[in-house]
Design a protein around this ligand. Structure first.
Ligand code: FA5
Length: 337
């Protein structure tokens, strides 16, 4: 009997050692610990033993064997469970190494970069940065800039009107500013000369998008009002800006032009080191009517103003073929700058 018990125990222990999954171990557990297990069957035969001592010895041996089998099952179960856990962890492991060291970072949009650099360069030349609202009154956008109602120059600004009834009830007198020039008026009305400001911002026109036009784009305005300001100051400022912004190999020129709010007026162009000319924007001496609208006496004060498109400038500077590309938000395009 004792030999059978030892044999049954050893067979059970050997089987437990070979169980290699939790499922097979579970089946084995049911079989070994159930009533049909070898040890359980041997237990039922205890009664057939002849002496009490034999029964006692065999009973003890069976109990010890059962304890050993049960301990082996537990040990095997926890080993297989920890192996299964390790496998799961390995299978679900996230490779985070790509975030270690040099994470991919975005950067400011091409136009924002140009806007910020323009501010930096003009601040370096002694200018301050001013702002104005994007929704403007007809008065600030046109009237005060020497374009009264019916002025033909208004036709050049395809204006988007805002569906808003102002306190005076004159519908159609509130609009999306068509240029940054109304900031000239607001600055003159709000501060005393000397004035040296630039005003970058978003402007709106009912222009159909094409390679050089967007209905929403950006301009930067410049305004200087002081005593004895002349056209030479304007030309010198444009030249200093051109060299500071584009580099020492670039130069600028003024060409006669017309704007209702400046007199005389000019277009200004810059020349690349390879000789190519790029049109940048408009400028001129602030018109006496504009100084008056800003609350200043043209006999005492004089000034110059300029304005140009930031998007157009960024486009030229980086050799972008089509201005619309800058607004399609294609990451492959934007990443280049
Ligand atoms: C003006 O807007 C004047 N306010 C500029 C000015 C200021 C002149 C102060 C004198 C004194 P103009 O309409 O030409 O001018 O526009 C200026 C610049 O804005 C253009 O040279 C161009 O670079 C840019 N621009 C005009 N329309 C668009 C458009 N639809 N999309 C992108 N850029 C544009």
């Amino acid at each position: 009997m004792l030999t059978d018990i030892t044999a049954a125990r050893d067979a059970a222990l050997a089987e437990i050692e070979t169980a290699d999954t939790l499922e097979s171990l579970s089946t084995l557990t049911t079989r070994l610990s159930g009533k049909k297990g070898d040890l359980a069957r041997l237990k039922t035969k205890l009664g057939s033993l002849e002496t009490v001592d034999e029964k006692k010895a065999a009973g003890q041996a069976i109990n010890e064997a059962m304890t050993a089998v049960s301990a082996a099952l537990d040990g095997r179960r926890s080993l297989l469970a920890s192996q299964a856990m390790a496998e799961q962890i390995e299978a679900e492991r996230l490779d985070l190494t790509e975030f270690v060291g040099k994470p991919a970072r975005g950067h400011a949009h091409l136009v924002t970069q140009a806007w910020e650099r323009l501010e930096d360069v003009f601040i370096g030349l002694g200018f301050q940065v001013a702002e104005g609202p994007e929704v403007e009154t007809d008065w600030h956008n046109f009237e005060a800039l020497n374009m009264s109602e019916g002025h033909p120059a208004r036709g050049e600004f395809d204006t988007l009107f805002v569906d808003h009834v102002p306190p005076d009830g004159r519908v159609g007198t509130t609009l999306l500013r068509t240029h940054t020039s109304p900031v000239q008026i607001r600055t003159m009305l709000e501060s005393e000369p000397p004035i040296y400001i630039v005003a970058p911002g978003r402007v709106f026109r009912r222009d159909t998008p094409d390679a050089t036009h967007m209905p929403v784009f950006h301009q930067i305005e410049g305004l200087v009002v002081d005593r004895n300001i002349t056209m030479a100051d304007l030309a010198g400022t444009i030249e200093a800006f051109t060299k500071a912004f584009f580099g020492p190999g670039f130069t600028s020129r003024l060409r006669p032009s017309y704007f209702p709010f400046t007199e005389p007026s000019a277009e200004f162009d810059i020349q690349r080191p390879n000789g190519d000319w790029i049109e940048l924007g408009g400028c001129g001496m602030v018109h006496p009517n504009v100084l008056r609208a800003g609350g200043l006496d043209p006999e005492e004060w004089s000034g110059f103003a300029f304005g140009f498109g930031i998007d157009r400038m960024a486009k030229e500077r980086h050799g972008v073929e089509d201005i619309r590309e800058m607004y399609t938000n294609d990451i492959r395009f934007l990443e280049q700058f």
